[in-house]
Write a protein that binds this ligand. Sequence first.
Ligand SMILES: [Zn+2]
Length: 359
Amino acid sequence: MYKYISAVDSFRFYMRVYRTDAMKIESKDWKIVCDSTNSTFHPLVFYSHAHSDHIPRKLPKTEIISSHITKSLIKNFVKNFSETSFYDSYSIGNTSFEQKSSGHIIGSTALFIDSDEGKVIYTGDVSIRNKGFLDPFKPEKCDILIVESTFGSPEYVFPSYEEEIKKTQEQILEYLDNNVPVVLMGYALGKAQMLYHAFSDLSSNVVLHGSNYNINSILQSENIDHSIQAASYTEAKEDNLFTKKGDWILFTPLKSGRDPFFSFLKNKYGAKLFAFSGWCLSSNYKYRMNVDHAITISDHADYSELLQICRECDPDQIYTVYGYSERFAGELRREGFTAFPLSKQTILDSYFNKSVNSN
Ligand SMILES: [Zn+2]
């Protein structure tokens, strides 16, 4: 009934890793669905973190594994929270399901499954960089690794985090010393907390816009670390902060500098725009986004770090998910790994039959 799919060691694993409407890991005795954005019932689900592309809008009424912080965030993002059961860890027979930091955003975890059939790690979105405020993911030897591949293409090797931060701090201070305000743009959950950690102390006039303010308020109300004390854009405007002072920092979600709001900030106050993203490595990103500075800081692992994770986990099988999944699986096969992409709607057995020998 359970097909084996390993080319290397066919009889060792009866587990299946596959993706249809959601990503699933299935054994003889259990099945777990990871980071599904739909509400279909499954007996056991895992949410690695609270980004909207990893959780549903309506929770399934089932057993859920997630971290305490992810649970607190989900509580604020869905309407039917009380109908669900959350667990830090879980066990079925001889199989244990445990979480450890994935280093991606606040509360993010990787899932470690230990069973008689082997050890499986699902990284979710992952980072192994030490950014000083999140525990990075620590690779462990395993049999099956399911690894994200957002930046799984060789051109995406990020510069040093510390150097990017230092360089940006100096640039921001130079602007503020000359009464030139700055706008720091990054996704409100995850990237924003990284930016607050690095830059919010550079001015006493810190303002949060829109969803940055809303997420920060949620962190405060849930007693989650990494919130800051800062005025909302509306409050700051009512206080005339923007006209009284020239040394303010406004944190906003990442959008094009052509957006009318950012054009207004540039024209009215002479504000300088900083975009923070791993995609800043793409050529022309700064011009496409129409910002003054494009800073390559990401909450994901870059290509070389993804390779490092795979080498240190040293699994028999690797499945790549999200982003450059096909490309990264190909690179891994060239390195000698048995690797498959878990693209949406791809069932691995058919992929394996078609393409395992193509590289
Ligand atoms: Zn994410």
